[in-house]
Design a protein around this ligand. Sequence first.
Ligand code: DCP
Ligand code: MG
Length: 361
Amino acid sequence: ANQPKTAGPSWCNSEYACMRPSPLKSLHNQGLVDQLETLRLQRTLTGGQEVNATAYGRAISAVKSYPRSIAPNPSLAASLKGVGPKIVKLIKQYYTNGSIAEVDEIRRDTSFQIMSQFTELYGIGPKKAREYYSEGCRTMDDVLRMGGSMGTHLHVEECLRILPDLRTKIPRPEVEEIARYIHQELKAILPDAVYTICGGFRRGKPQSNDVDIVFADTSPSTRSQLTAMEELLRALKKKAYVTHIINVTTPSDKYERVFSRLDIAEVVVLPPRSDTVPRSHYRRVDIIFSPLKTYGAAVLGWTGSRQFERDLRRIAQSRGYTFHSTGLTSNNDKTTLETTREEDIFSVLEIPYMPPELRNC
Ligand code: DCP
Ligand code: MG
């Protein structure tokens, strides 16, 4: 094996980001991370380039997990996994000049600002953002009137009305209150339901763009999840807590094989004012129902980060398994393992357990 050139701990050199403890913010190199994030976003929006978005993603993840400052010796960036010579040059530029020239240029570019704003709209990816821009759209209003939408069930005027709220970040206490409220309603239907708030919240983000809640029923009775989800949504709508249902994915959908036994409802809620919610905002919530047997996989799959999930799936493949939020499946006999807890998956894959706050790769 190659002798690591970095003086850092051995996991710094793992080719899998999910093996490297990655905090929310780099203690020592966050300024650099922010610059590289701009380049990544720009590459995502403009499509193929020599150093593409994925390459920046890998480099960002490597820098984030590096536990010391790179500033005293920027050349050592070359020894980080996933940092190629072109990015090393940029890193040196950053530490010499205090910023990367191309980043300054990108941030001043209005087309970049406008397109990145479009991608904040639910359901608009980089490709669509580019299309709408080239068709002349300059505001969210333009995009919605050109047919862009947040799911087929929302009308343009309605989107425009709630959009400013949905673009406001959700503080942690409100995230918790939303989960508590929904759980409370669910108890009338499934008294033994448990839940975990996943997504960025679980990774320690102080504010979230949406709320991702994974539920499982711990009672041995075999009540169908589908009915439970339907009943829950009906109850929440009746109370005017859920205001919009964007999409519901059920096992009976055409995606049956991929999403087998995971029900997902993408909704908008309007939590009433309270001590923790000083002003009501419309909020995006993903409600996920998982069987108890694969609850660990659902929680692990919905906690992220995206890079963490990508590399976890790569590790799983290298060990002869397929990982998905519906479960860990053996590639040989196609059996899905019992993974009630997240730890079960780490242990089958023989990798160290990574606490959620260190999955921000
Ligand atoms: N997820 C995933 N792949 C997807 C969708 C989701 O791996 N296509 C996982 C990783 C995400 C988590 O689910 O971290 C939740 O997705 P979000 O889009 O809600 O992202 P976050 O919760 O991380 O951030 P935020 O909601 O604050 O934007
Ligand atoms: Mg989220």
